[in-house]
Design a protein around this ligand. Structure first.
Ligand SMILES: Nc1ncnc2c1ncn2[C@@H]1O[C@H](COP(=O)(O)OP(=O)(O)OP(=O)(O)O)[C@@H](O)[C@H]1O
Length: 359
């Protein structure tokens, strides 16, 4: 555990905001949602970008740092191998991901600029988020002090509230999918499991440690699976480990179904109260799923200092400013990945063309 780093983070945050993290008491937001964009996003091609290093790898391909040959700006380009998408039966999820990304427009959600394809790959161009994954910061810090966890949790809450207002269930909340921008605000990325759902859905997906019990038991489920995952995320930020951690996914699922959470004694009582109301299998008790929806979470005592309007306007200083040079393609906060020969831009016969007509 890197205690010095951890204490620095706390000291830095308290210096900036005082003990209450700079939030003021008792205010609640009325309307959060910016208008859905009607601007159509442009069509690009591979020649519009210079491909640089790999920022991350996923199950179907990799994400590259790229530079626009037109405006010199940096973007992230997610590349998915069609064959792999098909092999893993993810055609629908991939088309959903593109559709959801095109739809969303929120300060704490990644912005997509365009998509295209070649005979073998699908390409999605999104903003390059320079500060790295919240996951890396959390592992480096071991765990976050209460006000730091609260800051990130509050921004995530606004992002989820926005998605749910547009009938999008996100389904893959975890620190690996939360990036930090140059100022330290969050951006939720990876809409690979996001889905537009008005009522309920059934698919088993997500990441074992973060999956709600109703998803494991393949019952119909709704948006409230994301509020369960928010509870797991807050737990992990405060504790440094997830509440149902075990050595295999099966054992983790068993623990989730047993539903017993051991709260470390250093958790603030308000945090324990909130988490016990999020990490609950009882859907008639889970906050976010009740009559007042996300307002019940936002007005919970753990969040009492948060001024939601200021947070949405990014008018609250962040607890950690990533140590990078902005705007120059600085990748120092991303892990190194072995680069491989790229087969991008291949023309010719495309046996999978009919599956990805939107790209
Ligand atoms: N816009 C971005 N800016 C900077 N880095 C990014 C961006 N998008 C993705 N990354 C990096 O690439 C990694 C993989 O991206 P993403 O999660 O979207 O891919 P994936 O193929 O869906 O991954 P997985 O299979 O793990 O779900 C991220 O964890 C992050 O480190």
């Amino acid at each position: 555990m890197d205690l010095g780093y951890h204490q620095d983070l706390q000291r830095q945050y308290e210096q900036q905001f005082g003990n209450n993290g700079g939030y003021s008491h008792g205010t609640r937001e009325k309307s959060l949602l910016p208008q859905r964009s009607v601007v159509s996003k442009g069509k690009y091609c591979l020649q519009d970008f210079q491909i640089m290093r790999t920022l991350g790898t996923g199950s179907f391909g990799r994400v590259h740092l790229v530079r626009s040959v037109h405006n010199g700006r940096y973007y992230a380009m997610k590349v998915l191998k069609k064959q792999q998408v098909i092999k893993m039966k993810q055609i629908e999820h991939t088309n959903d991901e593109r559709r959801m990304l095109k739809l969303v427009e929120h300060p704490f959600v990644i912005r997509m600029w365009g998509t295209f394809q070649d005979a073998r790959n699908l390409f999605m161009v999104v903003d390059y988020i320079e500060g790295g994954e919240l996951f890396s910061l959390l592992r480096k810090s071991h765990r976050f002090p209460n006000p730091v966890a609260k800051f990130y949790a509050a921004e995530v809450t606004l992002a989820l509230e926005y998605m749910h207002a547009h009938n999008i269930i996100y389904r893959d909340l975890k620190p690996e999918n939360i990036l930090l921008d140059r100022n330290g605000h969050i951006k939720i990325t990876d809409f690979g499991f996001a889905k537009e759902v008005v009522t309920v859905t059934w698919t088993l997906c997500g990441t074992p440690d973060y999956i709600a019990p109703e998803v494991i038991t393949t019952k119909p489920y709704n948006k409230s699976v994301d509020w369960w995952s928010l509870g797991v995320l807050i737990f992990e930020m405060l504790a440094g480990y997830t509440p149902f951690y075990d050595t295999t996914p099966m054992k983790t699922y068993e623990k989730i179904l047993q539903g017993k959470v051991n709260y470390p004694p250093f958790f603030h009582p308000d945090a324990v109260d909130l988490l016990s109301k999020l990490i609950t299998a009882d859907l008639t008790r889970r906050l976010g799923n009740l009559q007042s929806g996300s307002d019940d979470i936002k007005s919970h005592p753990w969040f009492s200092e948060v001024v939601w309007e200021k947070l949405l306007a990014k008018d609250i200083e962040t607890p950690y400013e990533p140590p990078i040079t902005p705007g120059v393609g600085d990748t120092s906060l991303f892990d190194q990945y072995p680069e491989e020969h790229l087969d991008y831009g291949i023309k010719g016969e495309d046996p999978y063309a009919q599956y990805f007509t939107d790209f």
